[in-house]
Structures are given as C-alpha cells and as structure tokens.
Ligand binder design. Structure first.
Ligand code: NAP
Ligand code: ZN
Length: 347
C-alpha cells in the first residue's frame, strides 16, 4: 500500500481538510500516477454536499487528473514510466457489455466505476484526484499530448470531454448555430471546442459581465439571459443548445430558441428537477437530451483535438488550502474558468 496526501470531505457540511489515504498495491494492469494537477468540477461540490444523494465519507473528490506515471504493473503495455497522463471521471467498467464494447464505458450497462466515491470492482471505495498519487487500471488512463501543459490539460478530463462528446455527437460544424448556456468550467470549454469545430457559437450567460472573455474564447455572439428581450430576439435560432448550468433553469424558455429539428442537450446536473412542457418540443420536432462525459477512446480523441487546435482550459491554479474558498467562488459563478489544484501543496 502507498500512503498518499489528500484533501477530503468528512461530511456534507464540514470544510474539506487534509488527510492521508492508502492507495492499493499495483496490480498487473495498473499504473501509479504522481498527480501534478487536479481540476475542481462543480460535480465535486454537488457530490460532497449530497445534492445527488448521500455520499460516503471521507470523500476525496477530483476527476480532472493530470500527472506523470511513476510505476507500472508487470503487464502494462499502454503507458510507461515518465509518461504524461490523465484520468477523468471513471476508473473502471464491466468491459463486456454492449456499451463497453462500443468504447462508451461511461454508459456501461452494469455501471461504470466513478473516480471517487464509487465501489470499485474489488469492493473498495474509490478516492479521487485531490491527492498526491493514484493507482488506476491502464485502460482508463489517457495520454496527454506534449503540446498541452499539464495544468491546462487537467480540466479537459471532465469539462473538455463532457462538452466535446455532445458537440461531436450532435454535429457541431461549419454552418451550425450552437448556443452554450452558462460560461463556467464546462461552458468555456464548450465555447472553445465548438468554435474549433467550426460552428457559429453564441454564449447565453446570466449577465454581460464575461462578454469580453466569451468573445475572446471563440463565441461570435453573447447575450444576457436576465434580459427578457434575449428570448424574443433569438427565438427559433439554434441547431444545438448545450446547457451547462448547475442550477434549475426555465427549460421551456430555452427550448423556444431552437430551430426546427434542433436539439437541446443537458450536461448541467442540478439537484432539482427541470420542468418540461411537451409543447416546447412538438411544434418544431425538437429534441431534449442528456449526455454524460465521454468514453476513453473519445477522451483521447478530444485531447488530441485540443492539442492540435491549441486548446487548454483557462485556469486559476490554487494551493490545497484554497479549495474551500474555491468551492464558494464556483457556487457564486465567480470562476474564470476552472480552479486547478497544484497537488504539490497537499503534503
Ligand atoms: P460551473 O463552473 O459552476 O459553471 C456553471 C455555470 O452555470 C456558471 O458559471 C454560471 O454561468 C451558470 N449558472 C450558475 N448558476 C446559475 C443559475 N442559478 N442560473 C443560471 N445560470 C447559472 O460548473 P461546471 O463545473 O461547469 O459544471 C456545470 C454543471 O455540469 C454541474 O451541474 C456539473 O455537475 C455538471 N456536469 C455534468 C457532467 C456530465 O457528464 N453531464 C460532467 C461534468 C459536470 P454564467 O455566469 O455564465 O451564467
Ligand atoms: Zn466533472
């Protein structure tokens, strides 16, 4: 067993605090990763605070992991000591079902194993990336291209793939009008990636405070959703709306912005239900859908795409002692655009 330094939540209400945890012995197909950076995703906060149901504590969050391989199990073939690697939201799956065989392990029919707070196939509870080291099966470890620095690459492992996958699936491309709702961690990656795919991107944010940033990141248009005329002006406009908002929104108002045959895809996962009027979909043959992260193969494809297009996350690197402050700032929509923990500050 290896002792790792970490930051953990001990309940839904206490601040996160330093802790040491044990990582398992390297199995034949495992790699040991020295974590360099870990992004803070809003999902970490939802999970810690029990928004999605009770969590198991102590809980070390973190599923945007970038680091370097320091040891490999005897049968590892995909990674070598010294490789720059990433781990995202899952660390295992059944590997046999139709979804796994298709390379969509996130939709494993027996349930993928989350990077933290999940029961792994060996019965242990997984612990995430706010930590100095992690042991992960090689099949769930991706390669970070040399063109990407590890700190700006870390958020790609969740925010990047969670937006890349639906943009890809629903065909963001030249000639397509894509709206991104919410300019936070996911939203800012969606803007960069959709623009790199050639789509015409519009940001729909609560206010115009971040307009300059949104345009710099690749959006052509930027509107405040607090202004009711926005919904009149943009009615029937978009082929695809990607909703990244972490809270309840007026779904029907946003569906009115879709063109005929348009799709609105929810990646935002608020604790509260959203209310859907079917007549928001029926006239216009519109689709309302969800999407969860992306498979391992697609995650590697996304990293390669980002490297090719010079896309990293816009980040604020923080020491571990600032994690609790960062949580409050994320909850206040005061993030530009991802907090990334320098894990050297954990010990
Ligand atoms: P984030 O950085 O906090 O960004 C969310 C953004 O939503 C905020 O920056 C804000 O943008 C907007 N927003 C927040 N509260 C709002 C409100 N009350 N009304 C309207 N807009 C509001 O969060 P994130 O890390 O990007 O995550 C976003 C959501 O995606 C979370 O629910 C997270 O759990 C979920 N998620 C899902 C997946 C998946 O696989 N589906 C993966 C990762 C995360 P503006 O200031 O621009 O309005
Ligand atoms: Zn996430």
């Amino acid at each position: 067993m290896l002792t790792a330094h970490a930051y953990a939540a001990t309940s839904a209400t206490e601040p996160l605090a330093p802790m040491t945890i044990q990582r398992r012995e390297l199995g034949a197909h495992d790699v040991l990763i020295e974590i360099k950076y870990a992004g803070i995703c809003h999902s970490d906060i939802h999970t810690v605070r029990g928004d999605w149901g009770p969590a198991s504590y102590p809980l070390v969050p973190g599923h945007e992991i970038a680091g370097v391989v320091t040891e490999i199990g005897p049968q590892v073939t995909k990674h070598a000591v010294g490789d720059r690697v990433g781990v995202g939201c899952m660390v295992n799956s059944c590997r046999e079902c139709a979804s796994c065989r298709r390379g969509e392990e996130q939709y494993c029919l027996k349930g993928m194993t989350g990077t933290y707070g999940a029961v792994d196939r060996d019965g242990t509870i997984t612990q995430g990336g706010y930590s100095s080291h992690v042991v992960v099966a090689e099949d769930f470890v991706v390669t970070i291209p040399d063109a990407l620095e590890l700190d700006v690459a870390a958020p790609l492992l969740c925010a990047g793939i969670t937006t890349y996958s639906p943009l890809n699936h629903w065909g963001a491309a030249p000639g397509k009008k894509v709206a991104v709702v919410g300019l936070g961690g996911l939203g800012h990656m969606a803007v960069k990636i959709a623009a790199a795919m050639g789509a015409e991107v519009t940001v729909l944010s609560q206010s115009l405070k971040k307009q300059e940033d949104g345009l710099r990141l690749g959006a052509e248009h930027y509107y405040a959703t607090s202004d009711p005329t926005t919904f009149e002006q943009l009615a029937g406009t978009f082929d695809l709306i990607l909703n990244t908002v972490s809270a309840q929104i007026d779904l029907n108002a946003y569906l009115s912005l879709l063109a005929v045959d348009g799709a609105m895809v929810n990646v935002g996962a608020p604790a509260e239900p959203l209310s859907l009027q079917v007549f928001s979909l029926i006239p216009g043959r519109k689709t309302f859908a969800g999407s969860m992260i992306g498979g391992i193969r697609e995650t590697q494809e996304m990293l390669d795409f980002c490297a090719e297009h010079g896309i990293g996350a816009e980040i604020e690197v923080i020491p571990a002692e600032k994690i609790n402050d960062a949580y409050e700032r994320v909850l206040a929509s005061d993030v530009r655009y991802r907090f990334v923990i320098d894990t050297a500050t954990l010990s």
